[in-house]
Write a protein that binds this ligand. Structure first.
Ligand code: ADP
Ligand code: MG
Length: 580
């Protein structure tokens, strides 16, 4: 009856969609749910026992019954306790494993998303959707369901006791109790609205925490403490308000139920007394009935609350499933091939691309980069140079046209093989918490020799030798212990180990001072030897040394050629950039 209010179809759909995750634990899940039935059912024993107890002991004064009835009650309590323990254990066992599996699956999904996904998703939403909601979801599906099943069993068995003792009284009592629980239906819609608001608000808070860590220097240098506090407090206030408002709107339910139930009990007592006096009912039946009725209130109330929590979980399940089933934009084609060896070159053919649908950053962009060539991209800030660099390893999907490697559209290669063939050094390279060694090796299987060579070629040996723990020095989250130039050289050492035919350098020295730039440049020069290089740079010597220079303006290729050739173009864009 009560479950109807959550809509049994919705519940079934929920479990059905979760089926693939429940499947490995089917037997235990069924067992866990099944045990809950006797756990609840045992609640009826005391009420049931009071009938013979009252009739035999209190009315007929039988001493035998006085002995075995309490004994039976204790035995049942022990059985119920043991079953309850196993119900909790099994439900947790299943719930925790499914939570783990879901989180693993979600993490895999998260990693498979493309750059555009991370551009538009707040970190707080990621933590909420890919982790926290899984806990909410499975706590409902596996912990709350234990309460729901056992309380449902308890209610049904107690209702049976009611009917066993007196059907007339039972009908009266059930009508009144039914009225008491009607309003729970009203709460459902409110819960849904509030729940989604709370989820959004909490995600916002996590984003604030993350920004406070990552941006702590900006916060300190601009004295943003107050500003951040205000932002944070407005976010947390709105969550608090929503929560309080929910209670304000729903807390009347419990006392209202209590009053209505008391009325039910009052009516039952009055009517029951009449039945006893007119000898239509024994005292035992009445005591048993009343006990069952009193006991019934608790599971019914519990059921109401659990169903409320269960609704929350179902909203969480929906959200988790939608994260799990969300389309990944950039993935391998069905018959994707391996990019085994880079043979001839990279071609952009009439490429249109924009980060958002109606705003093109690159328009009919075409260029051919031959194997072994170094092409430098120059142009004013925001002209689209990094965008071009990001499209080669397919960080983003182009709108139209094609990008080809060795004459084959890069969308036909497996993502893994494509990215295995390209090393990218960005302006700001992310370092993981861990040692310098771990940050260079990145899980690869490399010999000490190879590592030493990469460190040397990346001009890191001298720096590493000054560290007490050498390559095993911990660098903490985001590489906090290293200077900009050192971080860049760690990134270059990674590229050396990866040893790919194609290298992309996007302003790899732009954020460095002259001294740091010189040494990083040396490392870059080492890296560029015998490779195909796409370089976005501001340093003149790097640009001049490139085989060809591509001048980009507002997403279009405006000039292309070697330095001297471009310098000879009258009023040329390159010439004017050079002169600046
Ligand atoms: N992740 C992004 N999301 C939305 N717009 C972006 C993103 N990255 C760059 N842009 C926009 O695309 C244009 C080209 O940027 P970019 O390729 O980074 O320029 P450049 O590297 O030449 O300075 C700019 O207008 C920039 O604002
Ligand atoms: Mg850029």
């Amino acid at each position: 009856m009560l479950l109807n209010k959550v809509s049994s179809a919705q519940v079934c759909k929920c479990y059905f969609e979760m089926l693939p995750y429940i499947k490995p634990y089917t037997f235990r899940t069924i067992l866990a749910f099944a045990i809950c039935i006797p756990v609840g059912g045992c609640d009826a024993v005391i009420a049931m026992a009071l009938k013979p107890y009252t009739d035999l002991v209190m009315v007929e004064k039988s001493i035998r019954a006085a002995w075995y009835i309490p004994f039976a009650i204790v035995i049942f309590a022990i059985i119920q306790g043991i079953l309850n323990y196993y119900a909790s254990y099994l439900n947790t066992w299943v719930g925790e494993r499914i939570t783990r599996d879901l989180k693993l699956e979600l993490y895999k999904k998260l990693l498979s998303h493309d750059a555009a996904f991370f551009d538009k998703t707040y970190s707080g939403n990621i933590v909420t959707n890919f982790s926290n909601l899984v806990d909410t979801a499975s706590s409902g599906l596996f912990t709350k369901i234990k309460t729901i099943i056992s309380k449902l069993a308890s209610s049904i068995s107690l209702i049976c006791v009611l009917f066993y003792n007196s059907w007339e009284l039972s009908i009266v009592a059930i009508i009144v109790l039914g009225c008491a629980f009607l309003p729970t239906a009203k709460i459902r819609q409110k819960m849904q609205d509030v729940m989604s608001k709370v989820i959004k608000g909490s995600a916002m808070l996590i984003t604030e925490y993350n920004e406070s860590c990552a941006g702590n220097k900006v916060i300190t240098s601009y004295n943003l403490h107050k500003y951040q506090q205000i932002k944070f407090s407005s976010a947390i206030n709105s969550v608090t308000q929503i929560r309080v408002k929910l209670i304000q709107k729903t807390a009347w339910l419990s006392p209202a139920m209590h009053v209505i139930t008391s009325i039910g009990i009052g009516i039952s007592i009055a009517y029951g007394s009449h039945l006893i006096v007119s000898k239509q009912m024994t005292s035992g039946s009445f005591v048993s009935f009343l006990t069952a009725l009193l006991l019934l209130y608790n599971p019914l109330k519990n059921l109401g609350n659990s169903i409320k929590d269960f609704q929350m979980s179902m909203i969480a399940v929906e959200s988790v499933l939608s994260s799990l089933n969300a389309d990944v934009n950039i993935k391998d084609k069905k018959n994707a091939i391996e990019l085994k060896e880079f043979k001839s070159g990279i071609v952009f053919r009439d490429v249109d691309f924009g980060y958002s649908p109606n705003c093109l950053v690159l328009e009919s962009f075409s260029i051919e980069i031959k194997k072994g060539e170094t092409v430098a991209f120059v142009g004013s800030s925001g002209s689209g140079k990094s965008t071009i660099a990001n499209l080669i390893p397919r960080f983003y999907e182009i709108n139209s046209g094609s990008i080809e490697i060795d004459g084959i559209d890069i969308r036909n290669y497996t993502l893994k093989s494509l990215r295995d063939g390209i090393s990218v050094v960005f302006q700001d390279n992310f370092l993981f918490a861990g040692t310098i060694r771990e940050n260079i090796v990145l899980g690869r299987d490399v010999s000490d020799n190879e590592l030493q060579k990469a460190v040397e070629m990346a001009c890191l040996s001298e720096f590493v030798s000054t560290l007490n723990n050498g390559l095993d020095t911990e660098i903490r989250e985001r590489g906090l212990r290293l200077s900009g130039g050192q971080k860049q050289r760690v990134a270059i050492a990674r590229a050396f180990l990866k040893n790919t035919p194609i290298i992309i350098l996007d302003e790899a020295t732009s954020s460095l001072d002259n001294e740091a730039e010189a040494i990083v440049q040396k490392a870059i020069d080492n890296l560029m030897i015998d490779r195909t290089v796409v370089i976005v740079a501001h340093r003149l010597s790097t640009i001049k040394n490139a085989n060809r220079i591509a001048v980009i303006n507002e997403g279009k290729l405006v000039e292309l050629g070697p330095h001297e050739e471009l310098m000879n173009i009258k009023n040329g864009r390159y010439k004017s950039l050079y002169e600046i």
